[in-house]
Every structure is written in C-alpha cells, then in structure tokens.
Design a protein around this ligand. Structure first.
Ligand code: CO
Length: 185
C-alpha cells in the first residue's frame, strides 16, 4: 500500500486532461515500466491528483495519454485507507465466482452500467520503488483493480457489458465518439 507521503512530498502537480471514448490511446496496450525514478513518482503524483480532481476512484496512465503500465486507485472506506499506485500490474489468478457491480469510467462520462467480473483476484505488481507486490483482492477493490488493469491492456468497460446492456447505451456512446472526433481534429 502506498502511504500518502509518497505523493504529498510533491508540491507541484499537473492535472491532465482525461482521454475520452473514441481516443485511440484507450485501445492501446501500455508498455512495462522499467525505470523507478523520481520522474515516475511525479507521474504517479499527477495521476492521483488528476483522479481526485475528476472525482474518480481509479485511473490508468493511458487515460491521460501516457502509454505506460501505471495505475492509481483510492478505494478507501470510512475506517480504512486503501490507496494504491502500481506499476506493471497484472491479474495472475481469479475466482470462478463472479460479482455484478455498477461501474462508471472517467473516459465515458455519464455512462454507468452493471458489469460482471470475478469476485476474487490475485494481482502481481510493483510499487513506486519497484518492489514486487502480490495483492489479494475481493469486493470493491477487486472490481476497481480489474477495471484499471483492463485499461492498461486496451480494454474498456463497455467491452465487458452484455450485448443488450451495451445496446442500451448506443446513443450515448455515439455522442461521446462524435465529441471526441471533433476534439481530436
Ligand atoms: Co475507466
């Protein structure tokens, strides 16, 4: 787990623009992080600040235009801080049992839909200093980790919707794509 001081030490942040549905970078697989230096910590700090600025729960680096395997998340509850900044995260084990949860995504503003995912997972990752971690997650944390790790592999939550549920959002998705096309011009 990342202690808050890891990013509080950085007193200047950059709030990035969130890349939206239709931006090709959301479909790209990110590259492994190999250098665990000050620049990496600064990007993690910026990612956390960007996530909080947009009231998100998690953020993957390609959502801010950086094609690196980095994610941040804050799944804290009232009595427990659950804050992660992870590099090279991958799901190495998952339960057969699935859970359904209504998800949203900063890259798909206004769209919320129930998604079914394995209810328990094991994630292998590295922390800010490159130390290897094995995270066993269930509940909300498992959902957020899977959502963000999907992003890092170019997969977005609409890919996990059942065809009928995805169809219910067809109009909103089309609108988002059109807005994005105009913005990218
Ligand atoms: Co997302």
């Amino acid at each position: 787990m990342v202690e808050k001081y890891h990013y509080i030490i950085y007193n200047s942040y950059m709030i990035y623009t969130i890349r939206k549905y239709g931006d090709p970078i959301l479909r790209k697989k990110t590259e492994a992080v190999t250098e665990f230096d000050g620049d990496l910590k600064q990007v993690f700090a910026d990612m956390l600040e960007t996530m909080y600025a947009y009231h998100g729960t998690g953020l993957a680096a390609n959502q801010i235009g950086i094609l690196k395997n980095m994610l941040v998340l804050d799944a804290s509850t009232e009595d427990k801080t659950i804050l992660y900044a992870l590099a090279n995260a991958q799901v190495v084990e998952h339960s057969k049992e699935k859970t359904e949860f209504e998800e949203g995504c900063l890259s798909f503003p206004g769209i919320n839909e129930k998604i079914s995912r394995p209810s328990a997972i094991k994630v292998k990752a590295q922390d800010l200093d490159g130390k290897e971690l094995m995270i066993e997650a269930t509940g909300f944390l498992a959902i957020v980790l899977q959502h963000e790790i999907d992003h890092l592999n170019g997969v977005v939550f609409i890919d996990r919707m059942t065809p009928i549920r995805k169809m219910l959002h067809a109009k909103e998705l089309k609108e988002l794509k059109n807005i994005c096309k105009k913005a990218l011009k």
